[in-house]
Structure formats: structure tokens, C-alpha cells
Design a protein around this ligand. Structure first.
Ligand SMILES: [Zn+2]
Length: 329
């Protein structure tokens, strides 16, 4: 399997943190007061990992990364009528190995299912995945926590195909287009679903890091993590900047507030300052302003991008949207 690395781990972490905050905000409709002490976090992970086969899961196309867009495609992975999938033996073998390594029960019978998927990066209109009959079930991994073994249940492991890559035009002349690269479409993935056994940010970090000895020296403490979360909640930093803050915390072990202060990463909530950035963006792009006002509304995203560029990504996105809409009218 591919070494997903710190970045992938960070991405899962932030997805999880976002869902967690969302849940807390909506379910209790109360303020998270600086930390998570009032609530007990119960966390389950859904991890996707690429299986390192040389060809895709249902066709012979290469899985090599970084080739020219749409050079590794065929009628099967582009969903042409009449084409039929043929399973890649190696992908099944790898997934079974993973099931065995995590003490799962390997299913004597499993079944692929078609899951509705109406996005253009998977042109069939469905994703081939597993639903009622996954490949492996009911396993576990063990992590060390305070010198004791703790089991994290693995509910299921199943095989599925990855989707392609969408690229949205950013330059003014391409802002109304989206591009799609099907090279990744049909790359084999395993989805690993863990039980809701993770009870603290510390356990989560431990699991994400996969290395017990290293975690003891992990510079990010649960307190720092909780403080960073409340900075997102209070609007001091944006979710986007939080990723950089976390990386800095990880690298230096510093307090999140100190990092944000030193780096000047505070979110801009000042309307005047945002207005100024908007005016600059409009002055620099008179042609786009004209086109927008003539009805080319897709240019709105271009202006948001320009304002974000001017503010180094620190402007509050909601305010940018509101103010920009008024200004562009
Ligand atoms: Zn193909």
C-alpha cells in the first residue's frame, strides 16, 4: 500500500475535526468553550488507501502517476457503452493481505455494487464499490496508550475504484471551464472503516502516526490541538490556515496562538480591509468586471480568488462573498 504520509494523515484529521465541530455546533447549539472537555469525542475513521498495482482495478490501463492527462484510459474506465469490467487479481490479493494483517474474517463470498455517483470525474454515473458483502470484516489493530494496549476495531475493508481528477479553470479566460483527467479513474482503493473506538485527540494522533515510540515524542499535545480547534471555531483562523498551523505545531511543538501571532495568520474580519482588496482586484481586472456585469457570472470565482491572493488567503471567505457580490453588482 502507498505510504500515505503526514499529508494524508493531516487531511483525514482535518476532515474529522470539521465533522466533529459541525456535529457539536448543530447538535448542541452551544459554544465549544475553548476545549472539548464538556463533550466526549467518539471518533471512527474511514481511510482510503491506494493499492499499488501496476494496472487499474477493472481494466489494463496503467496506474503510473504524473502522466499527461487522459493518456491512460480505455473504453472500460471511461464508461463507454458495452464495455465490461474484469477484476484485477493483484488488487484482490492485496486487499485480502490487509484483511489478514488486521485479523479480519475474510469473506468466502463478496460482491461488488454500483453506487450512484453523479460527478463527471467518474463517467459511468456510478462507482463500483462493495456494500452488503465486503471483502473482509471484524478485525482490529492495537495501539499503545499510556503504556497499555488499546484495540481499535476494524469494522470492514472493501475494494472500490477511485475517481478521476477535476480541474477548474482559474485564469479569467478559462474561468467558465472545468477540465477532467481520467488517468486516475479506476485506480484500485481499499476503504478501511474503523469502529468508533477513538476517544481523544491523543488517541487519534497516535493512530494516525502508526508509530508508538514516535508518538511519545509527538510535539502536538491534545491541549494544543483543542486550542487550535477553538481558534477555528471563534474565527481567529480559517480552516485552511489551520492546516498550516497544525504543520507548524507538529514541526516546532509551539503553542498555536504563538504560531498564529508570529506568522500573522489571523483571519481578516475587518470589512474595510476586505473592501480595499476587492477594489484593488476590480481595478486590476476591468475587462472581467465588465464581462461579469454583462452576465458572465462564472467570473465570480475568479474575483474571490483574486481577493484571496491579495490577502494571502486570510480573508474570511463568507465576508469576501458577501462584499464582493455587493461591489460587483
Ligand atoms: Zn482503462
Amino acid at each position: 500500500m502507498q505510504g500515505s504520509g503526514l499529508n494524508a494523515a493531516l487531511n483525514s484529521l482535518f476532515d474529522m475535526v470539521r465533522s466533529l465541530l459541525y456535529l457539536i455546533r448543530n447538535k448542541y447549539n452551544e459554544k465549544v468553550k475553548g476545549n472539548l472537555v464538556k463533550y466526549e469525542p467518539v471518533i471512527g475513521l474511514e481511510v482510503h488507501a491506494q493499492l499499488l498495482t501496476r494496472s487499474k482495478i477493472f481494466c489494463g490501463c496503467s496506474t503510473t502517476f504524473g502522466e499527461e492527462p487522459n493518456t491512460q484510459t480505455c473504453p472500460v474506465c471511461t464508461g463507454q457503452p458495452g464495455s465490461l469490467p474484469v477484476i484485477n487479481r493483484k488488487a484482490v490479493e492485496f486487499a485480502i493481505k490487509l484483511g489478514l494483517a488486521t485479523s479480519c474474517r475474510i469473506a468466502p463470498y463478496s460482491l461488488f455494487a454500483r453506487k450512484n455517483y453523479f460527478y463527471p470525474d467518474l463517467p459511468k454515473g456510478y462507482q463500483i464499490s462493495m456494500y452488503e458483502f465486503p471483502l473482509a470484516e471484524d478485525g482490529f489493530i492495537e495501539i499503545m496508550l499510556h503504556g497499555q494496549k488499546k484495540r481499535i476495531q476494524i469494522i470492514r475493508i472493501h475494494l472500490e475504484e477511485d475517481a478521476g481528477k477535476l480541474k477548474h479553470g482559474e485564469a479569467p479566460e478559462t474561468a467558465s471551464f472545468s477540465y477532467v483527467d481520467f488517468n486516475r479513474t479506476g485506480v484500485p482503493l481499499v476503504e478501511i472503516v474503523s469502529g468508533p473506538d477513538i476517544r481523544s485527540p491523543e488517541e487519534l494522533l497516535r493512530e494516525l502516526k502508526h508509530d508508538d515510540r514516535e508518538i511519545d515524542q509527538c510535539p502536538v499535545t491534545p491541549q494544543h490541538l483543542a486550542e487550535m480547534l477553538s481558534m477555528i471555531k471563534e474565527g481567529t483562523i480559517s480552516g485552511k490556515i489551520a492546516k498550516d498551523v497544525f504543520e507548524e505545531m507538529y514541526r516546532t511543538g509551539e503553542h498555536p496562538e504563538k504560531i498564529v501571532r508570529d506568522k500573522g495568520w489571523m483571519q481578516i474580519l475587518d470589512e474595510g480591509e476586505i473592501q480595499k482588496a476587492i477594489e484593488k482586484a476590480m481595478e486590476a481586472n476591468p475587462k472581467q468586471v465588465e464581462d461579469y456585469r454583462k452576465g458572465k457570472e462564472k467570473l465570480f470565482g475568479f474575483f474571490v480568488g483574486e481577493v484571496m491572493k491579495q490577502t494571502q488567503g486570510k480573508a474570511n471567505p463568507k465576508l469576501v462573498n458577501e462584499l464582493l457580490k455587493k461591489k460587483l453588482k
